[in-house]
Design a binder for this molecule. Structure first.
Ligand code: PRT
Ligand code: ZN
Length: 295
């Protein structure tokens, strides 16, 4: 690996992999993977991709083995609380996928009425740092039992009274006779970077990539919306468009009282918005996806 290539760490296989690869793809990067499948080379830009266990990503990025990485905010913050890096990796931006919550869950038959119920109890978790921090913020003293996996079975095995685990749909908790009772931490995929300054060549690659990442992020929910509308409804319609900047207003040939309005909406456009626009006099409303965007 050359010094002048930007090294990106992503999860090899797991819940962050598809989102991470998809982001790189949307940035126009194709990765040719090495035979060991642990290393990939990007064809379009001087970038190398390292495919790792997610738990190793904060360390690889903090310790110069990689320049940037994609990891769950939960794993990053837990790693930060362990305080093992001289200069930890820095957060760059949230990436909007792999959303989940670290939640406190108790047996379904608990009549849970607040964190104080956990006083003196044993809580099994793979996230002892985040769990202890939350317990402290609640003023509760409980015993935290560290488990690397299968946390949800701890109460049944009498290893713990409750658990603090990652929840997405809640089906795993439910299948194990547990119910979520409090949110400890909200998480999603996070882009992190090495804290030290890059060489000028690397900084240039990083800047170019970030420009694309920001473009992908801002076009994710963005839509291009077009409609015809009465000229006197322009102000009301503009106000109604979600997250739109000044729209383009065009003359409609042969209809002096009407105009065409075109706008980029930065937030999702739902059916109720279209219905409201219609009530304001809009017709022939079209909502189109935006593939790429650059400010
Ligand atoms: O092998 P490697 O170490 O790389 O992967 P891993 O098994 O440690 O992690 P992985 O791939 O399971 O998760 C990677 C990251 O995805 C996590 O750190 C979170 O940031 C995020 N994420 C999003 C999740 C979930 N959703 C999720 N549902 N991580 C784990 N889960 C597990 C959870 O632990 C529980 O066992 O899924 C189960 C609950 O799911 P539901 O849908 O039943 O609630
Ligand atoms: Zn892991």
């Amino acid at each position: 690996m050359s010094e002048d290539r930007l090294r990106i760490a992503i999860q090899k296989s797991g819940r962050l992999s598809d989102g991470s690869l998809d982001l790189l793809k949307k940035c126009g990067l194709t990765i040719s993977r090495g035979r060991d499948k642990l290393y990939g080379r990007v064809q379009e830009m001087p970038i190398d991709v390292l495919l790792l266990r997610d738990d190793d990503i904060p360390e690889f990025v903090a310790d110069d083995a990689c320049d940037i990485g994609v990891v769950g905010q939960n794993v990053f913050n837990e790693d930060g609380l362990a305080d093992v890096h001289e200069s930890p990796a820095e957060e760059v931006m949230s990436l909007g996928f792999a959303q989940c919550r670290l939640m406190l869950a108790a047996p379904k038959d608990w009549d849970f009425d607040g964190a104080s119920m956990l006083e003196g109890k044993r809580i099994a978790t793979s996230y002892p740092g985040l769990t202890k921090k939350w317990l402290e913020s609640q003023g509760v003293k409980a015993r935290v039992v560290m488990m690397k996996g299968s946390v949800e079975v701890a109460p049944r095995l009498k290893i713990a009274d409750a658990v603090c685990d990652i929840v997405s749909t809640g089906a795993t908790l439910d299948a194990n006779g547990l119910k979520p009772v409090a949110t400890v931490f909200d998480s999603q995929a996070l882009l992190i970077k090495n804290p030290k300054p890059f060489s000028p060549a690397k900084q240039e690659i990083y800047n170019a990539l970030m420009k694309r990442v920001r473009g992908v992020m801002s076009s994710r929910d963005a839509k291009y919306i077009m409609m015809n509308a009465p000229r006197d409804a322009i102000a009301a319609i503009t106000e109604y468009l979600p997250g739109a900047e000044a729209p383009t207003v065009l003359e409609l040939a042969g209809s002096p009282g009407k105009v065409a309005i075109h706008a980029v909406c930065r937030e999702s456009v739902f059916w109720d918005t279209l219905e409201a626009l219609k009530k304001l006099g809009a017709s022939a409303i079209l909502v189109l996806p935006i593939e790429k965007m650059m400010a």
